[in-house]
Design a protein around this ligand. Structure first.
Ligand code: NAD
Length: 352
């Protein structure tokens, strides 16, 4: 997605004692505290980490607006230390950095981080969610909620493009980590056949056994014969090459920033592929995070997560009506919400 709103601030993290290196990007606080998870991943250098943080943070602004949450967008990206390190010291140091922002950034888990890591962050700041769950309260690992939202959205997308339900369809899934595995559970129960690519052989084997899934390589997953492609790993999987060879007619999955460039969305549309915008369909986790932070009931979280499917249906209607891609229609809705919150750049985009 093209980023039209500049970030409000970027904080560089560098604490040699704990090994903490990375960035916190506060992309927008127009609608509320900048909320978005903390990713711990291997990056070639600081430039690569900062680019990822900027893209992910801007996606969070759009996601939170589209989901109707009273939250802005932000993200933390931490560079996985090359040498052995103490997670306690690393996440203590990260927690202090979050505390220094005084509530303008709200963190939670993302790729490479867990509920236990967030409990460490909690020892330094209250501006963290995704903490160990208390009975009858939202909280804990947001991934099952993300999977539930994606599943509902996929049912809508499949009905639209293929005129049927998921039973008997083949879904190609890239990545069976936290969200991917939970999504496979739902797809398997709904009668879908699964083809899976996963770089961790232990996870791949577990999924193959549990779901009777075929395993393929990461390079092949986008072009295996399938009805639906569900990206559940990292961003950028759909570029002009993979989008041109994609066999599925629906793309719907939780991975953030699936389109390597905005024109990939146009190519998918031209090829008759229905692309369900990632930042719309993967909002379930942040809805649960918001519920935990803002003390909603679990019932409220469930209702809002189930609303993801209805929101996709509205966006697809608008895209058809206005002759634009679903990505563009989703951006329009998100910018309209941000503009109502008082953002001048969003207002200019809508007027253009
Ligand atoms: P995860 O780290 O638990 O799982 C990702 C999995 O993808 C890992 O098992 C990894 O080995 C695998 N993988 C990485 N690169 C791959 C490749 N090229 N081919 C095949 N497998 C590959 O992360 P997660 O929490 O499940 O998140 C998955 C995606 O969904 C991420 O893009 C994340 O930002 C996004 N997302 C997650 C949530 C959430 O609630 N966890 C919410 C919104 C969006």
């Amino acid at each position: 997605m093209e980023d039209l709103l500049p970030p409000e601030s970027v904080v560089r993290l560098n604490d040699p004692e704990s090994g903490l290196r990375g960035f916190i990007v506060i992309h927008s606080t127009v609608l509320g505290p900048a909320a978005g998870g903390c990713r711990l991943w291997q990056y070639a250098d600081e430039a690569a980490a900062s680019i990822d943080a900027l893209r992910l943070a801007s996606g969070m602004t759009m996601k939170n607006a589209l989901a109707g949450l009273p939250l802005g967008g932000g993200k933390a990206v931490l560079m996985l230390p090359a040498a052995p390190f103490s997670r306690t010291r690393l996440f203590d140091a990260f927690g202090r950095a979050v505390a220094n922002l005084g509530g303008s950034y709200l963190t939670a888990e993302d790729v490479g981080t867990s509920v236990d890591d967030m409990a460490l962050v909690r020892s330094q700041t209250s501006h963290v969610a995704g903490l160990p769950r208390r009975p009858d309260h939202p909280g804990g690992d947001p991934s099952p909620w993300t999977a539930r939202g994606v599943f509902g959205a996929m049912q809508v997308a499949v009905k639209r493009r293929l005129g049927r339900c998921l039973d008997g369809l083949t879904v190609a899934v890239q990545g069976v980590g936290h969200v991917g595995f939970a999504l496979c559970e739902l797809l398997h129960a709904a009668g879908a056949k699964l083809v899976i690519a996963e770089c961790r052989s232990d996870l791949a084997a577990r999924a193959a056994t549990r779901f009777g899934a075929d395993l393929v390589s990461s390079r092949a997953i986008a072009e295996v014969p399938s009805d639906v492609f569900a990206p559940c790993a990292l961003g950028g999987v759909l570029n002009l090459v993979t989008a041109a060879s994609l066999r599925a007619r629906v793309v719907c999955g939780p991975a953030n920033n699936q389109l390597a460039a905005p024109e990939v969305g146009d190519l998918l549309a031209a090829r008759g592929v229905l692309y369900a915008p990632d930042y719309l369909v993967n909002a379930g986790g942040i809805i649960n995070v918001a519920g935990e932070y803002l003390s909603w009931t679990e019932g409220e979280v469930s209702t809002r997560v189930d609303g993801v499917a209805a929101r996709l249906a509205e966006v697809l209607d608008a895209a058809e009506r206005d002759g634009v891609t679903p990505e563009h229609a989703a951006a329009r809705v998100a910018y309209a919400v941000i503009e109502r919150g008082g953002s001048a750049p969003a207002k200019r985009w809508l007027a253009a």
